[in-house]
Design a protein around this ligand. Sequence first.
Ligand code: ZN
Length: 831
Amino acid sequence: MKKILTAFLFLAAVKMVAAQTLQSPEQFLGYKVGSKYTRHYRIVDYFRSVAQAKPAMVKLEKYGETNEGRELMMAFISSPENIQQLDAIRKNNLAMAGLGDKTAAMRDAPVIVWLSYNVHGNEPSSSEAAMLTLYALTDPNNQQAKEWLRNTVVVIDPCINPDGRDRYVNWFNSMVGTHFNADPASREHSEPWPGGRSNHYNFDLNRDWAWQTQIETRQRLKVYNQWLPQVHVDFHEQGYNAPYYFAPAAEPFHDVITPWQRDFQVMIGKNNAKYFDTNGWLYFTKENFDLLYPSYGDTYPIYNGAIGMTFEQGGHSRGGLAVATSSGDTLTLTDRATHHYTTGLSTIETASANREKLISEFRKFFDDGRNGKVGEYKTYVLTDKDPNKLRAVAQLLAQNGIAYGNVSEKNFRGLNYVTGKDEAYADEGYNLAVSAYQPHGVMVKVLMEPKTMVADSNTYDITAWSVPYAYGVKAYALKEKLDVSSSWKDNSIVTDVNASYGMLIPYTSFNGSRLLAQLLKNGVKVRFAEKPFTYKGKTYNRGTLIVIKTNNAGNWSAVVNAACRQFNIQADIVETGMMDKGADFGSPDTRLIANAPKIAVFTGEQASSLGAGEVWHFFDKVIDYPVSMINAADAGRINLKNYDVLVIPDGYYRSLSEKSISDKLKDFVRSGGKIVALEGAVSALASGDWGIKVKEDKSDDKGEYANVKKYGDRNTSSLSGSIPGAIYKMELDNTHPLAFGYPDYYFTLKQDATLFEFMKDGWNVGVMKKDAYVTGFAGVKIRSKLKDGMLFGVQDMGSGNVVYLAENPLFRSFWENGKMLFANAVFLVGQ
Ligand SMILES: [Zn+2]
């Protein structure tokens, strides 16, 4: 026993000594980087061991946890002198940007280079490279690194998306044999649904930087915005046959990007090219990866004063440990990690050599913002009747470090976002104003400007996102500078009401939907008004929620008061069921939601992972309401009678074209069920016998030589027919419950050219007529075609309904104004 104990103590001592000496990744892991995939917790362990061995040079910071409980962490690496005063460096850096409460005093402030790895979980070589990079920077024999770190602070986030990474790595490890198989047809190169790219809720974290709808982004951006690096690299992987991609990026560039930000991309690119040429590795630049949409890991840093870049290695998802490429070579994980390691160090080298210029341009970037030099509009004023809509905007601005306040001046004109015309301001009751004169002036312009500058060029993503449209608030853009208060107040106070008969709750923003979901979940029976009514001289609009003692248990008013406080909605007392004007509470025009609806959602490989993820995230995280996520392939087996609502997210549903499934779904609806179909699911139903039809495009006049196209134009000729995501104004029938709480219009993000015929036997609730285009890129052919069609509709069938939502109201969970529409579809339609 004693012997065992001694041996144990000896081993423990060895372990402690080991922990204090710096180990390479290979020494620590017991295998060469690239010969295996490293699970996330081992990457964290390695970073911890280096930080323990080199405490003077490396400081670790845990900044959060993922949905699945994995640790999010970053390492700060620099010279001992810099690490000792790390927080002073951070504050000085913020002060150089004109942020924080200090003035910049540090001479020779170090440049900050931030390297982010593995945002897409199935692009896993970069986290392996992160370990190599950390070791290279701390290796005492590396004199060059020591030199760089004298004037450079390197931040390494080894894995932005640990849940996605481990989803990929655990799957791969369970598929691979003793020896890897480079045959691309082998199963280890074919990931199952939903793949490791996204996070737990199937969200693409490289589309989420500005919106911060996901927990990983929110926690990371909090730290990021306290640092604001001068250089940021986002490491990715692309198809395994592609060579490496690095900066400079492709057109289109957003017009706020400065000449220096373009120039430095070229400098980095040239330095990378030097190393790649020496090794004979192929690469390309200036293609595919543009700089426009603000929620990428390159654009967001750019709009916040950094040189932001995307680096792409070939090998994502299908690279395995090795894969045979079309050029006849075998691409290994070691190759992939080595390439990312090389560009990471090359970036640090270039940044260190250009510290002075990087710092002075960084200062200038924020000075220009502070002095209002960015953009033609100097003040943006948002106004709404419901303070909760402005609160949602305020939260977005605060998360991005943007200052906002109120205006007391009400007598001005500006570009009215709703009409697109220069008009006198009309205050709706509450306002929120953003001045362009602030350090984050560039971000203000990018998020707020009514029209995004887009050249007629290929882009990777949506081209319009202006916040007033996405959040559904009225807004004005002014060319003059107004005084904006330094803090924002909406002065809305919610007080409990002492109700014995009932309560009336306005339904004018998504908070109303959240409140409704909460009440239903807590067993409260809620009614809502299908028509406006008047009580004690006050008019209540369609959708007003009515909770009365009838059918409700003892403490109902306490539950309702608590929910009203939580969602900032002031309820009124009602003392009788008889209204002054309009329907009484016993009338059929006052609808009762007698039971909390039981909801099923189709998921699995027939569903779009992003679409199914958005719906899942909506119920689970946004409104906290229970749902059953059901594999669409099981549709034939499950008993749909157990549910009231079936949500079919975007997808490519084979099962919907099977007659037996289609009949089963129709039976479900006819006997009182409700289907809410989104995007691709609407198209799938339209190709069946459901009373909805895709609008055929008959306008295309094909000339005699229409098929004779120039080979050299092949990339641009398709643009006239493309619409990567532009804003269109729809007309809403807000007398239908699907559009309760909305004005008679809705700004949608149109992402394809599909429109549906007006339904003869249904309610065309959201339609597009003529001149609906507002902003964003839409090819000339498409722009003229997108008119006179339906996008949101409701079909009554038997005692149930089908709700068609052909445009995505939950897009990336950031199109805030669509959430109420989806909630209406689920909770109000057909009651
Ligand atoms: Zn990627």
